[in-house]
Design a protein around this ligand. Structure first.
Ligand code: UD1
Ligand code: MG
Length: 451
């Protein structure tokens, strides 16, 4: 039976990135390059997918969460050698193998599918995905004969002056007859400028044996951009950003300025939400419908319900329920839960705090390690004093309580239901429900003292 297999090359160091981070782990719109490729491959029906790892193997394995086989390429001797490392998995199988590079994050499943269809239609032994590049620097060049058939692929460093002018490039993505691929790989030599075993050399070898080689030209170079340095990385980011933003715009989200709006590849946004310029949605954030996210806001791996309004604020690893209003200049730190119709006003910081429905923390307060009930009013400049220098302690504020402005709540402490703390109090003991608590020294007026 004929199978379909995929091999993704991700073992290189990425010297040209000049980075301590291995190349394929660099992110594009918040997702590593190798994951982008793996995800597109996973959208298709492959029987088996192998990811070739080497440099940073453990980190790459940790990053890729999908069900793939990892194959270690101990020494990076070239792309041909990398593919050959998966020989034990595939060489005896009949079918088609697609080879992709982990540094082409913009490739889509639809193009991979078209490449495979072209390969099958042509009944070729190998089909290379090519693209036309105005500036083909760095890419392998596709050399065709007088009849227009692909003869071979020449790397930039091995190209003659004439070959170097060719604008049709090797995207690094191929379709092969599986058994023929592995048979031919053992004939690939490393006698070239880089002393590497090049995968593209398989094409010339097959051609010389009279086998059928086909080429399928990608609609745009953008999709097949190979990221070898930071300049290309920024180009990939720009293209991916636009692709993601256009996807959400088509899904009913308004972007006032898509050029300055950053939405992670893993985030999702509900219909009729409006994103203002300079907003960033990171991680696997879920933004509800009819939200308004204003300039300067950054939302990181958080969940927002419908109709949430965020102004110039940071929300990190937290949840915000429907109708809540945040900011301007609020900082919602990890593990916070903001309830329905809650108001978190300017210069308020929450940390590991749950603020239940309809409560208000309107101005200049710090609420950390706290459980705040519903319909609570926390006045201006209230501080939950949660840290004694060694340990963190919890503050509990029950439903309907009122905490007057400028109060310090020295945790651990509890304000009972409908309890009322007078402004300026320093609360060190629990406040019973319905009680008024005043914890400040009395005012003394010294008549004519100033005179
Ligand atoms: C490669 C192609 C080039 C093509 C370009 C498209 C070769 C020899 N050249 O060049 O024709 O135009 O991609 O982007 O194939 N890798 C390994 N093990 C190795 C070497 C590389 O796993 O021993 C991986 C890298 O991690 C990378 C991919 O293979 O993901 C491509 O390697 P890279 O060094 O980026 O090749 P290019 O110079 O871009
Ligand atoms: Mg590359």
């Amino acid at each position: 039976m004929s199978g379909r297999f995929a091999v993704i090359l991700a073992a290189g160091q990425g010297t040209r990135m000049k980075s301590r981070l291995y190349k394929v782990l660099h992110t594009v719109c918040g997702k590593s390059m190798v994951e982008h490729v793996v995800d597109q491959v996973a959208a298709l029906d492959f029987d088996q997918t192998a990811v070739i790892v080497g440099h940073g193997a453990e980190q790459v394995k940790e990053t890729v969460s999908r069900n793939v086989e990892f194959v270690l390429q101990e020494e990076q001797l070239g792309t041909g050698h990398a593919v050959k490392c998966s020989e034990h998995l595939f060489s005896s199988k009949e079918g088609t193998t697609v080879v992709l590079c982990g540094d082409t994050p913009l490739i889509t499943s639809s193009t991979i599918k078209k490449l495979m269809e072209a390969h099958e239609k042509e009944q070729a032994m190998a089909t290379v995905l090519t693209a036309i590049a105005e500036d083909s620097t760095g890419y392998g060049r596709i050399i065709r004969n007088d009849e227009g058939q692909v003869e071979k692929i020449v790397e930039q460093k091995d190209a003659s002056t004439e070959e170097a002018t060719v604008k049709e490039i090797n995207t690094g993505i191929f379709c092969f007859d599986n058994q023929m691929l592995f048979k031919t790989l053992s004939e690939v030599k490393n006698e070239n400028a880089q002393g590497e075993y090049y995968l593209p050399d398989v094409i010339e070898i097959l051609k010389s044996k009279g086998e059928k080689i086909a080429a399928y030209q990608a609609v745009s170079l953008d999709e097949t951009l190979g990221v070898n340095d930071r300049v290309a990385l920024s180009k990939a980011e720009e293209l991916m950003k636009l692709r993601i933003n256009e996807y959400w715009m088509r899904a009913g989200v308004t972007f006032i300025d898509p050029k300055t709006t950053y939405v992670s590849a893993e985030a999702s946004i509900g219909q009729d939400t409006i994103l203002y310029p300079n907003t960033t949605i990171k991680g696997a954030s879920i933004i509800g419908e009819d939200c308004v996210i204003e300039s300067g806001s950054e939302i990181h791996t958080s969940k927002l319900g419908n109709g949430v309004h965020v102004r110039n604020s940071h929300i990190i690893e937290s949840t915000v329920e429907a109708g809540a209003s945040i900011g301007p200049f609020a900082h919602i730190r990890p593990n916070s839960e903001v309830g329905t119709d809650v108001k978190i006003g300017n210069f308020v910081e929450l940390k590991k705090a749950k603020v239940s429905d309809r409560s208000k923390v309107s101005h200049l307060s710090y609420v950390g390690d706290a459980l705040v009930g519903s319909d609570v009013n926390i006045g201006c400049g209230v501080v939950t004093v949660n840290y004694d220098g060694k340990n963190k302690h919890q503050t509990i504020i029950k439903n309907g309580a009122f905490v007057g402005s400028g109060s310090n709540l020295i945790a651990p402490v509890e304000i009972g239901e409908n309890g009322f703390v007078a402004a300026g109090s320093t609360i060190t003991e629990d406040v019973p429900k319905q009680a008024l608590s005043i914890a400040r020294s009395r005012q003394v007026n010294k008549e004519n003292y100033v005179k």
